[in-house]
Design a protein around this ligand. Structure first.
Ligand SMILES: [Zn+2]
Length: 482
């Protein structure tokens, strides 16, 4: 069975990607960068779009994967906005001038004056070293320091360029270490021209609603139906016009083009990404391991009855198998408080969380991201039994002495147990999509995960036309409708 499965995977990859070349013919260059933006502006994906445009104009370069947008641990307090790093993987015969170009481009185009700390790493090789892959896995759920990154950069002869405090090299290294061979999604992002950055974005809401209705679940998180908000446009002064998330590159791109934007746009790029995959919550943690800013999940029982705080937030306590305990906070915007407040001591739950550090007046706390109620504890109340003859409630004869009906004089020692009906059911509960993070996996994606035909040394060479275009996007011949 095992052999059959492996050969099937290889055959599938070969059928899907006829334009394969083996790695011996080519030099594979992995370019990772991060932290080029600040709260005031710029965007790392926009830089990637510009760099990809340069690379695609060179004949001797082939992309061996879609541009990757890797969201890292969302709990890191010093992150820039969404904590997203980018990796471009290309096959080339000469890498030196490319590395120089990217280095230069990043130093000139990062928002350093507003506090960006860009990092850029370049690695040449067919396979990514295990230490880099491990570093990348850790960057999804834990806190890494510059020292950790620098050790690996030195040991593996990775070229590195950094500016400011150099923190960007952590995300850059993590991005090249993420092969994304498991679950992944795509996002088509369109960019504004420089003169429009900072002005309000105008979109035809009807077209967004239509696109969303027609393409769901192949695209997702386009709108917040409950609060009647469009989610595809950011609100800040960054160059992103809008982004459509979904399951495959064709659908996200078609959906983007169906919006028929009137604003003249600079172009678009489709990224393969870990958004919507819960990749940061894949590791089960013991409560004794929990440190500030970590992400993960824990299984345990409710050990303190939920407590409703001012503002509708709910606080309860969880105890794991080692009997360690932790307070869990459920914030009002997650909309999970209405479930959490129904929990009772002894309920078995699985929670996804991010760790908030201790602050003045607050202990360290787990911020709830999802709640899976695995087993509801039964609540049993004891009552005096009813008399079999007159159906009146019997009176206790004293502790351990049983019960007697005062009318009929019938005696019994049996108690009467009543199981209280619970107001929640066992199941998986996710926060409302207004409090979703980039990495949050929407409910409908459970059981519909994607995989990528990763075979070491064989590359699928995505067609550049399927993921990148520079040029005015309001050309109606490009726009298709559903
Ligand atoms: Zn009676």
């Amino acid at each position: 069975m095992g052999t059959y499965r492996i050969s099937f995977t290889l055959r599938k990859a070969a059928i899907q990607v006829p334009a394969c070349e083996t790695a011996e013919d080519l030099n594979i260059l992995h370019l990772g960068f991060d932290n080029t933006d600040s709260i005031q502006g710029k965007c790392t994906t926009h830089l990637a779009f510009k760099i990809a445009d340069y690379l695609l104009k060179k004949n001797e370069i082939k992309f061996v994967d879609f541009p990757l947008l890797i969201r890292l641990n969302p709990n890191i307090p010093w992150k820039t906005r969404g904590n997203g790093a980018v990796c471009l993987r290309i096959a080339t015969r000469g890498s030196e001038h490319i590395i120089d170009y990217v280095k230069n481009f990043i130093s000139l185009n990062s928002d350093i004056s507003n506090g960006a700390n860009p990092g850029f790493v370049a690695y040449e090789g067919i396979t990514i070293p295990t230490s880099v892959r491990q570093f990348s896995r850790t960057a999804l759920y834990n806190v890494l320091c510059l020292n950790d990154a620098e050790k690996i950069i030195e040991n593996e002869s990775i070229q590195c360029y950094k500016c400011g405090n150099g923190h960007g090299s952590i995300g850059a290294l993590a991005a090249i270490g993420c092969l994304l061979e498991g679950d992944h999604t795509f996002e088509a992002i369109s960019y504004r021209t420089e003169e429009n950055v900072g002005t309000p974005r105008s979109l035809n809401e009807q077209l967004v609603l239509k696109m969303s209705a027609v393409t769901f679940p192949r695209t997702f998180n386009n709108i917040d139906a409950v609060h009647k908000r469009i989610l595809i446009t950011p609100h800040g002064p960054d160059p992103v016009f809008c982004g459509i998330r979904g399951e495959d590159p064709t659908t996200v791109l078609k959906s983007l083009l169906s919006l028929q934007t009137t604003e003249v746009l600079e172009g678009y790029m489709v990224f393969r990404t870990n958004q919507g995959t819960n990749m940061h919550l894949q590791n089960q943690l013991a409560l004794s391991q929990v440190k500030p800013f970590m992400a993960g999940y824990v299984r345990g029982t409710v050990s303190k009855i939920p407590y409703i705080l001012q503002g509708g937030h709910v606080l309860f306590e969880i105890s794991d198998i080692a009997r360690d305990t932790y307070p869990v906070a459920v914030y009002e915007p997650t909309d999970l408080g209405r479930i959490a407040k129904q929990l009772v001591i002894g309920d078995v739950v699985d929670i996804g969380f991010g760790v908030r550090e201790e602050q003045s007046g607050h202990s360290r706390i787990l911020n709830l991201e999802y709640l899976a109620v695995l087993r509801l504890n039964s609540i049993v109340h004891t009552q005096n039994p009813l008399c079999k003859v007159c159906r009146k409630r019997m009176k206790s004869e004293g502790k351990g002495k049983g019960y007697q009906c005062k009318e009929c004089k019938i005696k019994t020692i049996k108690k009467y147990n009543v199981t209280v009906k619970r107001d929640i059911v066992e199941g998986f509960y996710l926060s409302s999509n207004k409090s979703h993070r980039h990495l949050t996996k929407p409910l409908h994606r459970f059981g519909r995960e994607n995989s990528y035909p990763y075979v070491p040394g064989i590359y699928p060479f995505p067609n550049p036309n399927s993921f990148h275009r520079k040029g005015h996007l309001n050309d109606r011949t490009e726009c298709r409708s559903f």
